[in-house]
Structure formats: C-alpha cells, structure tokens
Ligand binder design. Structure first.
Ligand code: NAP
Length: 492
C-alpha cells in the first residue's frame, strides 16, 4: 500500500505543527518534516518536533548538494542525524552519497525508525544508474529512494518500469519523477510499487510536480480515471483543464496528463506501457497522429478516412483509434450555413487538420477546392477526397471567391504571425472558419468579417473533439458547456 506523505517546509516547529494538522485533515498518512528548512536548527529543536507534531513522521535533513537548504556537514551533520535516529520518529531520511560512511558506521537499533536512503538527482540518468543507486541503498537502509527530474514521458516511463521490476521482487522503494513530465510516477505511485507518495499543502510545493495532498490521496484509488495527451511539445495544452473539468463535473476522480514524446520515441510499446500503468485513454497530437494510426489494432471510420488518430481507447488488449477532429469540425459546422452540392468551398492548408475538415465536407458533398504552399500536398488531399487542387500563387492572383472558406494552416495562431486569407476569397454573407483557437480572433477572421462574411474560430472544434474523446473513453456524456468554459478560461 502506498502512503501519502505531506512535505512540510516551514521555518519553525510551531508553523510545521499547524501545517501538519492541515495535512492530516486533508488525507496525509504521514508528514515529512524538512529539518533543513527550520531556521536555527539544533538538537533540542528535533526533540521539540517530536513533541509538537502529532502523527507519524519522516525527518529529513536535505543537503544543499541534493537540492535542500542544509549547509551542515561532517561532525555537525552526524550529530543531528544521530539525534534524528534516536528521537523515536517513524522514518528518517538520509542521503546515499552524503551519508554513506555514517550509515556504514551507524549501529542499527531494532526499535529505531525505518531508514530511507535517498538519491536526489539533478539531471535525468539511465535506468542502469537508477537501479545501481537502489541496490546500494538497500544495503544501507530499509527503503531505497530515487528522485529524478523528467524532461519527457520516456524518462518517467523508464522510472515506472524500474519500479514494476523491483515491485515484483517485493523490494521496498520510492521512485519519483520530478516536474510535470514526471507526474505519472506520482499519480500511479501505487501501481509502480512506490511505498510513499510525496505531496504538499496547496501552494507549498517542496519539489517540482508535487500534487496537493487531497489530489494525491484521491488519485491513489483504483477507480481513478486518468487520460494522457501524447505529443511534442505538449506543455501548453488547453485539453488538460478542459478534460479535468469534464471529469470533475461528473464527480469522477482523475487527471489528464500531458506526455511529451520526442520525435521517433513514440511507438506501440509506449501505448502498451501507458495502458498497463492504468491510463484509460489517450489523445494524440503533433507530430504523432500518423504513428498512432499505424500502431492501432482497430480504427474507426474517422481514422480510416483521414489516416490520422487523435484518440486512442482500449478494448480489452486491443488499441482502438479514432479521429475526433472529424466530429469536432462537423459539430462546429452544424447550423452555421445551409450546405448543398453547390456550396463552393476552399480549404487553405492540406496538413493534418485539413484531412478531418476535407472528410466532413466531402461527406456533405460540397464543391471542394484545396490549396497549400506545397502543391503536391494539396494534390494528394484533393485526390483522396474528390476535390480540386488549386495553385496557391494563381489563387492569390485571381479574383475568385467562395461560399465557405476554412483556414487549416497554423498561420495566425499564437507564435505564428501572418494571414493566409486574401479578402476577396470571401464575399458578403459567405462563411469563414479558422480552425485556430488561440487567439480566439485571428487576423484572417478580422479580414473576413470586414468583407461581411460570418466568421467562426476553432474553439468549438477543440471542445467538440475533446467531448467526443471523453465519450469514447468513458461511455459517459460530459458537460460540453463546462468544457467550453474551462477552455476559454485557460486561453485568457
Ligand atoms: P499542418 O499539418 O502543419 O498543416 C498545415 C499545412 O498548411 C501545411 O501543409 C503547411 O505547409 C500549409 N501552409 C502553411 N502556411 C500556408 C499558407 N499561408 N497558405 C497555404 N498553406 C499553408 O498543421 P495542422 O496539424 O493541420 O494544424 C493546422 C492548424 O489547425 C494549427 O493551428 C492547429 O492548432 C489547428 N488545429 C485546430 C484544431 C481544433 O480543434 N480547433 C484541431 C487540429 C488542428 P508547410 O508545412 O510547408 O508550412
């Protein structure tokens, strides 16, 4: 069983004692008193801590070398550690590298605290080094602990795999991936086999990526619902607040974790590992939608038609792929205009998003044209969906206008300045849709509006594709309004 530990980083025992009461009331099983944060630490302070903090406790004197605040070393550090070991705490945390010789000389008392032997790494290292640290720690103490910053999900999964291996051997350990990319080791600490899951009181994070006690305690529950977003980069995902709002709205305990997989590091094994950990569903974004399509055992119509998968769900052992951008664009379009086979439509851009848009429009039998900076891309898309490929250069020189224009390029999104729309492409009363959702109003939308066109941004597509993913993963109907509101807030 994994226990929830709340790290306390107050500067005196009175405040730490008060915070410990909050931590226990919020669901912590024990607290970790970070003695390195206590100002004027002395031997009597340690006895005071035992008296004042009621409840099971770990004491830790994190050295500066390992990211803590304690500058003590040599005889002074050993005197404090000895006091910690003799003061009847439930656990004492010592450092493998800093305290190795002390640990070798130390006389272990049968009734003494459990000894956690820690390594706090400042950079990601190989699995071989992690396992070596764990093996060395087990010789010197009861529980081996390694924490490591994770730059991507591959490193976090490596920690998880090491944990699963030692868990099968019934070893006692704690493995923590730090930072947002390491969070899967916290959410699935129990599944990995970590004996302790470190958390914090809201706003008092002791390590990057720590969850608050309430969230950590709730997530260590087999009925948790956890989704992930696979992409590169994924750090500014709007889907996280949107999907977490949908979970909250249905009273489900869960999380949506952005998982950064660098190019070429995402494959079927990654999906199987995430499924084995307990992920209930995955979204996939740039640049992995094509790979996701290839690795699925079964694909829905939307995925088959676009040869791209943005939503992975699981049916027993099978990996099932869909492209909910199709549903997203379809719902965005609903009710916006009367579409017939005479609706003269133009897609600007023939990349990933354009495939979903072209599929929807071809199903509605419009007269479809497509253009792209790269003519061959427009040719391919046009061939697949029975559309006409237009040269971008010639189009800009012409005076041609359309009933419906959809921007499927990234031009105009945050960080990509510009405007892919020539004013004459639209006419008064026509419809212009920009699939970009950030910013909510793009330059192209302003251009189209000035011409008297009706304009729509991409937020609704984002919300509707997310809602469809949620339905596929859970079988439940999410509150689309709550998701839209959460996405809007995240974009402000
Ligand atoms: P993509 O795969 O890179 O495709 C964009 C295509 O447009 C590329 O072929 C690109 O060519 C071309 N292009 C760039 N500038 C152009 C211009 N001025 N005129 C004509 N063609 C141009 O990108 P994507 O994945 O389709 O995404 C496009 C946008 O849609 C992004 O902003 C994305 O955030 C948004 N999107 C929104 C939703 C939603 O739910 N609202 C869903 C999916 C995507 P080069 O590669 O040569 O530049």
């Amino acid at each position: 069983m994994t226990l929830v530990v709340c790290s306390l980083i107050e500067s005196n025992i009175q405040e730490a004692s008060s915070s410990s009461r909050t931590a226990f009331s919020e669901g912590a099983d024990l607290v970790e008193l970070r003695l390195d944060h206590i100002s004027g630490l002395s031997l009597p302070t340690i006895r005071e801590a035992r008296r004042e903090i009621l409840g099971p406790m770990i004491t830790t004197l994190r050295s500066k070398r390992q990211g803590g605040k304690s500058g003590t070393s040599g005889a002074e550090r050993e005197a404090i550690l000895t006091e910690m070991l003799e003061s009847d705490f439930e656990y004492v945390d010592v450092e493998l590298d800093t305290d190795r010789s002390f640990l070798k000389r130390m006389k272990v008392q049968e009734s003494g605290p459990e000894i956690i032997v820690s390594s706090h790494l400042s950079v990601p290292v190989s699995r071989e080094i992690i396992e070596k640290k764990l093996l060395e720690a087990w010789v010197l103490g009861d529980i081996a602990k390694v924490s490591m910053p994770c730059e991507n999900a591959v490193q976090a999964l490596m920690l998880a795999h090491a944990g699963l291996k030692f868990s099968r051997q019934k070893k006692r350990f704690v493995l923590i991936g730090m930072g947002p990319q390491g969070q899967l080791t916290r959410v699935f600490a129990d599944r990995i086999g970590s004996e302790l899951a470190y958390a914090c009181i809201s706003g008092k994070e002791a390590a990057p990526g720590q969850l608050n006690v309430t969230a950590q305690a709730a997530l260590l529950n087999k009925r948790r619902t956890v989704f992930g977003l696979i992409g590169h980069p994924v750090s500014h995902s709007v889907s996280k607040p949107m999907q977490e709002e949908a979970l909250k709205n249905l009273g489900l305990t869960g999380a949506y974790l952005p998982l950064d997989f660098p190019a070429k590091e995402f494959d079927g094994n990654a999906v199987r590992s995430l499924k084995a950990l307990g992920f209930k569903g995955l979204n996939v974004t740039i640049p992995h939608k094509g790979m996701a399509f290839k690795l699925c055992d079964r694909r829905g119509d939307s995925a088959a038609a676009t040869r791209a998968v943005n939503t992975i769900s699981f049916d027993g052992r099978r990996i099932v792929g869909e492209n909910t951008d199709v549903n997203g664009f379809s719902r965005l379009l609903d009710g916006k205009m009367c579409i017939t086979k005479y609706t003269d439509s133009l897609l600007i851009g023939a990349g990933g998003a354009a495939r979903a848009v072209a599929y929807v429009l071809s199903e509605r039998k419009v007269k479809l044209s497509v253009t792209d900076i790269e003519k061959s891309r427009a040719d391919d898309l046009a061939k697949k969906f029975g559309a006409k490929s237009l040269s971008l250069r010639r189009l800009w020189k012409s005076t041609r206008s359309f009933d419906l224009v959809v921007n499927c390029t990234p031009v105009g999104m945050k960080g990509v300045p510009g405007n892919p729309l020539k004013a004459s492409f639209v006419k008064p009363g026509s419809v212009f849709i920009d699939v970009i959702y950030n910013p909510p109003v793009t330059k192209a939308m302003q251009t189209a509006e000035k011409r008297g066109a009706k304009v729509y941004g991409g937020l609704e597509m984002l919300v509707q594709q997310g809602a469809e993913s949620f339905r596929l993963w859970t079988g439940s109907e999410p509150s689309v309004d709550a998701m839209r509101e959460a996405a809007r807030r995240a974009l402000q």
